[in-house]
Ligand binder design. Structure first.
Ligand code: SF4
Length: 220
């Protein structure tokens, strides 16, 4: 059965008829905006220079020549969160440190991603259920990849990085952009009058200043 002529795929001739056409065929690459953006983003992740505990030593080792995170384009650890788009959380996130971690995350520009490196950042690790340790950094910010281990070896971090790159590869600008965030649920872990809980809750919209209630803030 013959196909309808309008549905027959008629590819362009592979060989140009002029020198200019032949030259162009060797120089032009056609792709989608999504593919080029995702390629650029996943191939040039800039992690924040940020470490919390022993897992940070493994993260540092990953940047050294033996493991060479530069092979993945992610070797530029930025000293300022404003120039970073990847937050690797390597280590124990204590409640005392939690507001600082959240502030670093908020200062990073979009689009941004987070990796929870090791048992501590994932669920408290060996300190799980301790009064002073959060049950994972996912109570503070949206985590893209969790890496198990205590500590995870550099190979594990590189595997996590590649998983994140695969995730970025699926992104599209066609969908409506929404800010990814987690619900603040500190009432589950900290008492009402806890100063750290109060401070943490100011770091979520509508960013209320608990020391200056709204009625006072907006008085003329
Ligand atoms: S997971 Fe283990 S190695 Fe990593 S910060 Fe916690 S205790 Fe240290």
């Amino acid at each position: 059965m013959s196909e309808h002529p309008s549905k027959v795929y008629d590819p362009l001739p592979l060989v140009g008829t002029t020198d200019v056409e032949q030259e162009l065929m060797q120089q032009i690459l056609v792709t989608s905006v999504d593919q080029i953006l995702n390629w650029a983003r996943r191939s040039s992740l800039w992690p924040a220079m940020f470490g919390l505990a022993c897992c940070a030593m493994e993260m540092i080792a990953t940047a050294m020549p033996r493991y060479d995170i530069a092979r993945f384009g992610a070797e530029i650890f930025r000293a300022s969160p404003r120039q970073a788009d990847l937050l690797i959380v390597p280590g124990t996130v204590t409640w005392k440190m939690a507001p600082a971690v959240r502030r670093v995350w908020l200062q990073m520009p979009e689009p941004k991603w987070a990796i929870a490196m090791g048992g501590c950042a994932t669920m408290g690790g060996p300190f799980a259920y301790a009064y002073s340790v959060t049950p994972g950094v996912n109570v503070l910010l949206p985590v893209d990849v969790y890496i198990p281990g205590c500590p995870p070896r550099p190979e594990s971090l590189l595997t996590g990085l590649m998983m994140l790159q695969d995730k970025i590869k699926q992104d599209t600008i066609a969908k409506e952009w929404t800010r990814r965030d987690v619900e603040p649920q500190f009432h589950r872990y900290l008492p009402d009058d806890d100063p750290i809980r109060k401070e943490l809750e100011t770091l979520w919209p509508p960013y209320l200043d608990y020391d200056n209630p709204p009625s006072e803030q907006f008085q003329e």
